[in-house]
Ligand binder design. Structure first.
Ligand code: 25A
Ligand code: L14
Length: 335
């Protein structure tokens, strides 16, 4: 028998399903798959390689014989069950924020810091979606010109908040178009035809006035790039887009980079596609990035307000490079 025994915790969720599809699409060598979720999903099946796999309830005993456990069932679930999985001998690749800033746990984007994988002690953390797509673009610029400061604003799709959030955008849009009321349930305010400067939807704000999501971008960027001198500030915004996060990013460098130099560096960067043709009105768009593995960057220009800074627009599929694909790429590196 060849291949690995792979478990997916949160297999019925939007990210868990993408994990199964990505394992399949990239021909990851799986000898057996275990699909785990909460008791709410008992009796459901999820498709994998043409079969319907019955969902099992996640417990501490779920990981006997498991080689790789991909977790995407929320931070609380990861805190509770990842140590049991690692204790049973599995390597956990965790998509929640539970372990990301633990100094013992590597936080990995394979194009940026693959060497960190080797230091794991049973748990490897998958970064925040908005952070991943930003750092694959920042890393080559940092290597060439040393980044001093990053100012980012995000335009984040609702799929990041799970399947109930996707339903809310669709149902609320339909309701408002037919002049029916649709009070918000998942989001704190109306999301259809609106922008909400608060992510996540509950317990978002920290004492410094930033949201958790904003502070994840600040802290995770430094840890992944491995340079705590990079200054980062972020504003994260939920927009009525189903999938694909977009980001407006201003990057100040120690050595000046022209827009052409940045384009040349980025066109050689792994996992990055430069899409930047103004006469053709070509630049990255969320709707085009959905289903793609790459991160797209365009609107690259020299900041007219600063002697050594660039502005750019970065887009990727938040469920793929932002979550499932990055986790599967880490698993591929483990092989
Ligand atoms: O960290 P938090 O606050 O706990 O938030 C986690 C939420 O963020 C999503 C995920 O949504 C989850 O709701 N999420 C987490 N990381 C993400 C990332 N990086 C991310 N989204 C994007 N990027 P989700 O709906 O996509 O996935 C949830 C999955 O996790 C399983 N799960 C939850 N708690 C669990 C658990 N599994 C084991 N033990 C637990 N304690 C969850 O399984 C799903 O696979 P499920 O069985 O609970 O839900 C199956 C379907 O049921 C619906 N549903 C969701 N919540 C409720 C619900 N039904 C009734 N009541 C609810 N409260 C959904 O339709 C779901 O598909
Ligand atoms: O930290 O709601 O990975 O769009 C990913 C989804 C944070 C919230 C994470 C969202 C979460 C984000």
């Amino acid at each position: 028998m060849s291949g690995k025994v792979v478990a997916v915790a949160g297999a019925t969720g939007v990210v868990g399903r993408q994990m199964l599809l990505t394992l399949e699409a990239r021909n990851f060598p799986v000898s057996r798959i275990k699909c785990l979720a909460s008791a709410r999903s008992l009796g459901r099946t999820v498709p994998f390689k043409g079969e319907e796999i019955p969902v099992e309830v996640l417990s501490e005993d779920s990981f006997e014989g498991v080689d790789i456990a991909l977790f995407s069932a929320g931070g609380g679930t990861s805190k509770k069950f990842a140590p049991a999985a690692a204790g049973a001998g599995a390597v956990v690749i965790d998509n929640s924020s539970a372990w990301r800033m633990d100094p013992e746990v590597p936080l990995v984007v394979p194009e940026v810091n693959p060497e960190a994988i080797k230091t794991h002690k049973g748990i490897i953390a998958n970064p925040n979606c908005s952070t991943i797509q930003m750092v694959v673009v920042l890393k080559p610029l940092h290597d060439a010109a040393r980044i001093r400061r990053v100012v980012v604003s995000t335009y984040q799709a609702v799929s990041g908040a799970g399947s109930a959030a996707i339903n809310e955008l669709l149902e609320q849009s339909r309701a408002l178009l037919s002049e029916q009321p649709y009070p918000p349930k998942v989001f704190p305010h109306q999301i259809a035809f609106n922008c909400i400067p608060q992510i996540p939807q509950s317990n978002a704000f920290e004492d410094n006035g930033y949201t958790n999501e904003e502070m994840k971008m600040v802290n995770e960027t430094k840890k992944i790039i491995g340079d705590y001198s990079i200054a980062v500030t972020a504003t994260t915004v939920r927009v009525p887009v189903l999938s694909g996060h977009s980001e407006s990013v201003n990057v100040e460098t120690e050595k000046k980079l022209t827009a052409d130099e940045a384009r040349a560096l980025l066109s050689k960067a792994p996992g990055v596609v430069v899409e930047d043709d103004l006469p053709a009105q070509r630049y990255p768009l969320a709707v085009n990035a959905v289903g793609k593995y790459d991160t797209y960057v365009g609107r690259i220009r020299e900041d007219i307000s600063h002697p050594s800074a660039l502005d750019m627009w970065i887009v990727s599929d938040n469920l793929l490079k932002g979550a499932a694909l990055n986790a599967v790429q880490i698993a591929e590196q483990l092989l």
